[in-house]
Write a protein that binds this ligand. Structure first.
Ligand SMILES: NC(=O)c1ccc[n+]([C@@H]2O[C@H](COP(=O)([O-])OP(=O)(O)OC[C@H]3O[C@@H](n4cnc5c(N)ncnc54)[C@H](O)[C@@H]3O)[C@@H](O)[C@H]2O)c1
Length: 321
């Protein structure tokens, strides 16, 4: 699918060039867009080229991009917010996850945005209504929440504020599809959006099972990475259960709906992730992976994701899915 006609050929801006912003720059530049990047921190901007270059080199090794130099050449660092957003069709905001920081930035943005420019926020949990209400441009602001790194994990949650124009949501959806992302569109704001609500449900049960001593943290992780998660990389929970009963989802619901209802009812009293409980999981994790090993393990994770992305791309070319 191509970008919405009024966006095609126009640059996009990425505001905030940290972990997520630099990932977004790769997404847009990889798809052929000129990308203007701005960050308030000069040291972050100075490190930006190296960070993006390292990621592009890894992507090339896994056959996921052909010409890293051409992609990097589409990115430029802007000297100011106004310069970054001048004439752009779309802004991807990726500054700190703090209401005060987002409010201050959006006030500045409001003063310099073009009359049609759309702004998507990478916000993980703060809804757009918390920082856009008083803006002239508020009908063109929404959440576009990615998963890190967005150039490897394509899903992006689009969440409108009550005043977001449906046309801005539709245009952002088309843009995201055009750059290879998979947009999920919510009809309205909900705390945690969809992805973190689903993750939260799983984590809630994981902490509880561990706390009650049913099994180790590693065995809970194994249940996902050697069990549920294998299917989840290519089908979701509804398709999973549709295929897990001879007559599909209704048959599954009739056979196992009672079991799942009992499980949910048995968890009627949610507990916080208490300090002692976190300490017990932490002790098990640090026994397997010292803190000093985390960066290396993150790189390993990203390379596994690249291999998976390459496999999924090959499957898509073969089967069209
Ligand atoms: N890290 C993740 O896994 C992840 C995943 C999805 C979404 N997000 C969201 O993405 C956003 C960015 O997160 P991150 O992990 O990249 O954080 P980060 O700390 O790596 O980067 C944030 C960047 O924003 C810059 N910044 C702050 N205020 C600014 C301003 N007014 N103008 C310009 N630049 C400014 C900072 O200098 C910093 O470089 C947050 O809203 C976060 O919740 C993060």
């Amino acid at each position: 699918m191509s970008a919405p006609t009024d966006m095609a050929g126009r640059p996009v801006a990425v505001i905030g060039a940290g972990l997520v912003g630099s990932g977004w720059a790769i997404v847009f530049a990889r798809a052929g867009f000129a990308v203007r990047v701005f960050d308030q921190n000069a040291a972050t901007l100075a490190a930006f080229g190296q960070a993006v270059g390292d990621s592009l080199a890894d992507l090339q090794r896994f056959g996921l991009v052909d010409d890293p130099a051409a992609i990097a050449a589409r990115m430029s660092v802007a000297g100011s917010l106004a310069e970054a957003v001048d004439g752009v069709a779309y802004v991807q905001e990726s500054v700190f996850e703090r209401v005060d920081v987002k409010c201050a930035l959006y006030e500045q943005l409001d003063a310099v945005l073009g009359p049609e420019t759309i702004v998507g926020s990478s916000s993980s949990g703060i809804p757009a209504s918390a920082f856009t209400e008083g803006l002239a441009s508020r009908s063109r602001c929404l959440i576009a929440h990615p998963v890190n790194p967005p150039y490897l994990v394509p899903v992006v949650e689009l969440v409108p504020a009550p005043w977001t124009d449906a046309a801005a949501v539709a245009a952002t959806r088309s843009l995201m599809q055009a750059v290879g992302q998979v947009p999920v569109t919510l009809t309205r704001e909900v705390q945690g959006f969809v992805l973190n609500r689903l993750q939260g449900a799983l984590l809630r049960e994981a902490w509880a099972l561990f706390d009650e001593g049913y099994c180790s943290a590693q065995d809970i992780d194994n249940t996902v990475c050697h069990g549920l998660g294998l299917r989840w990389s290519f089908m979701g929970p509804f398709e999973t259960i549709d295929l897990n009963a001879p007559a599909g989802v209704r048959d599954y619901a009739e056979r196992l709906g009672g079991l799942y209802l009992d499980i949910v009812r048995s968890r009627a009293d949610p507990q916080p992730w208490g300090d002692a409980l976190v300490g017990r999981v932490e002790a098990e994790r640090r026994g397997r992976l010292p803190l000093s090993g985390l960066p290396g393990r993150c790189r390993w994770r990203d390379q596994r994701l690249m291999a998976l992305a390459a496999h999924k791309r090959a499957m898509a070319e073969e089967t069209g899915e």
